[in-house]
Design a protein around this ligand. Sequence first.
Ligand SMILES: [Zn+2]
Length: 199
Amino acid sequence: MVTALPELVPFITLWSGERRPRVPVVVRHGGIAYPRERPGDRDRFGVLWQRMVSCPGQGRPNFGAVHARRQRTAMLRLLCQVCGGPSDRTGEGVLWLVPTATLDDEPDPLITAEPPVCAPCAARAVQACPGLRRGYAALRVREFRPAAVRGALYVPGDCAPVQVQAAGIALDDPRIRWVRAGQLLMGLHRYTPATLHTL
Ligand SMILES: [Zn+2]
């Protein structure tokens, strides 16, 4: 997640008032499920998601954590992860800030948990935090699609499914039916470097 700006809590940041209800999972149809599923428990890919209370602004921001629903919404609707408005889009593509370390091997696709950003937020972020310039690279992305989720992976147990690890699981991996997702990961396929000071 892009570092917080002074007096600005990013749209996707989790607040201490946003507790995750403890909901057990059961085995159903060769995967995990909630005993009584509600609309919104699964996404368009059929993946089960962590239930979360949504009340941004309540309590204290936890800058190291993201709110599952807002992160997924920002990713799918291409909202700026900082202000929640539309992300920046030009003929060159949608604006993304990604950790520079993820670019080392020129991955194709580049898999990221970072939703895109708008130009003012990207410029403010870099101005407010020079470290961002070193830690993050700006990209214009022309082609992207949901690739995976990050969440809790379960295996069948004697009485109930057992959580074994936190994992990133591709949407086409059969284990996707055994994940309770907390973040959507996007695959960035065609991207070019963008220069932040020209935004
Ligand atoms: Zn913004």
